[in-house]
Design a protein around this ligand. Sequence first.
Ligand code: NAD
Length: 287
Amino acid sequence: MKIGFIGLGNMGAPMASNLANAGHEVTGFDVAGTTAEGVTIAASASEAATGRDAVVTMLPNGAILRTVAAEIIPAMAADTAFIDCSTVDVESARAVAEQALEAGLLPVDAPVSGGIGGAQAGTLTFMAGGSEKAFAKAQPLFEIMGAKSVHCGEAGAGQAAKICNNMILGISMLGTCEAFALAEKLGLDWQKMFDVVSTSSGSCWSVNTYCPAPGIGPQSPADNDYRPGFAAELMLKDLLLSQDAAESTGATTPIGARATELYANFVEQGGRGRDFSAVLEMLRKKT
Ligand code: NAD
């Protein structure tokens, strides 16, 4: 396939390279002038999107997605798949999908889970929203860039799944960090705590796979001085999206709201650029 790829950042560059390494002809564009191995660089987003079978976007937020979409939609021929893998608000995802449908395109919102490591290894999970036809056209590309894709429903359903998942993650990581900080104050050995919790009803991904306590459990950013991983400010971004969505739909998310406040404090107080599990350090410092 001829593929356009717009947004060659931490995630987009390795994803675009994986498509090129699988034998696709990939043309990319990024305003910052970044490149990706095996990818031909175009002079603009619309040039990267012209004459392609599919266009993938991997951008920072909904406002930028809307701007890029307005530029590239007129350049794309009918039946081109327009696959947005950025994490954005559900409203932007739906608005862009509507414009793309009016132009006869096949839009899919397909945010990912798995981080930079997953993007490099081609093991991302894609959560997709769009028509059956659009999902079917995008799926072979998901299989190259990821290990799993789930068709969650119509336009916006992928973003909805992503923000709900990450609200659980933010909350469960804070709960895990609080429990490890409390265990320390109680004089409970962290390894013993892990041995119990990881096979008990408190077990969860934050404990078992991504333990925030250094030296405990499988290798995680805690064992690498909390280098991300998944940066605290990206967790804050996703929690803010969950709170926007809760407000616009009237959903009640009191723990999600508190988690958002705590991550906002953490990012302000030195957490920016650190892994989101480093909240444990902040809790340990507070007496
Ligand atoms: P990034 O900032 O490294 O990459 C975004 C890229 O988009 C940048 O290179 C930027 O120059 C480019 N860009 C901005 N405006 C543009 C425009 N108008 N035209 C073309 N390019 C433009 O961010 P990232 O870490 O790659 O994340 C991308 C998306 O994936 C975000 O929505 C993020 O929330 C989501 N995400 C990130 C992770 C992660 O661990 N980094 C995990 C899951 C999802």
